[in-house]
Design a protein around this ligand. Structure first.
Ligand code: ZN
Length: 194
């Protein structure tokens, strides 16, 4: 039977996923008596939905203990424009976005979703380092979807427009990209910021 080996593997994986049976390689050892066979007696999602809590029981001494399964995600370090590295800072990203969105008519829920999408993107990069310019572009893209004024505010700080001409070019680029044209009432508010 050419497929028997494959079928056997598939079968054992299926059983493992269903939580019915674990072999010696996947059953966690008892932390109290070191017995190599413990079984899952309960498995549930934590209230935030990002972890699975399992209640295990040792077949030898009967001790019960919890394990948690959570994604092993680690944000990459950020390469700054001067070449130095620093740890990715979620608060900094959030702060930059909130400043750009200050007093703008955007729902908190939308903002939170945009931040969550950005964080997921950054944490699932599987790269050890990422340039701050790349993160800046992603934030700018999210803001452009949320609110044009917020986008221009962010881009004007982040890209440090050299002069009025560079700023104007960015507005023109935006106008070309927006299918319905840019809302000029929004843009006119820009000059009145603080
Ligand atoms: Zn035990």
């Amino acid at each position: 039977m050419p497929h028997s080996k494959y079928n056997k593997r598939l079968f054992s994986e299926t059983r493992f996923e269903a939580g019915f049976l674990e072999d010696r390689k996947t059953a966690m050892w008892c932390p109290f008596c070191n017995h190599t066979d413990t079984r899952v007696v309960d498995s549930r999602l934590t209230s935030d939905g990002y972890q699975i809590r399992r209640r295990r029981e040792c077949a030898h001494c009967g001790a019960r203990f919890n394990t948690f399964e959570a994604p092993a995600l680690r944000a990459p370090n950020v390469i700054k424009s001067n070449g130095s590295r620093e740890a990715f800072d979620e608060d900094k990203l959030r702060g930059g976005m909130m400043r750009a969105l200050e007093k703008r008519p955007v729902e908190t829920q939308q903002v939170e979703r945009a931040i969550r999408d950005l964080l997921r993107k950054i944490r699932t990069l599987e790269e050890p380092e990422v340039p701050s310019s790349a993160i800046g572009e992603w934030v700018a893209a999210e803001l452009a979807r949320l609110d044009q004024v917020a986008y221009v505010r962010f881009a004007s700080v982040y890209r440090r427009f050299e002069d009025v001409q560079a700023f104007r070019e960015e507005i023109e680029r935006l106008e070309k990209e927006s299918p319905g044209g840019l809302d000029t009432r929004q843009i006119s508010l820009l000059g009145r910021r603080d």
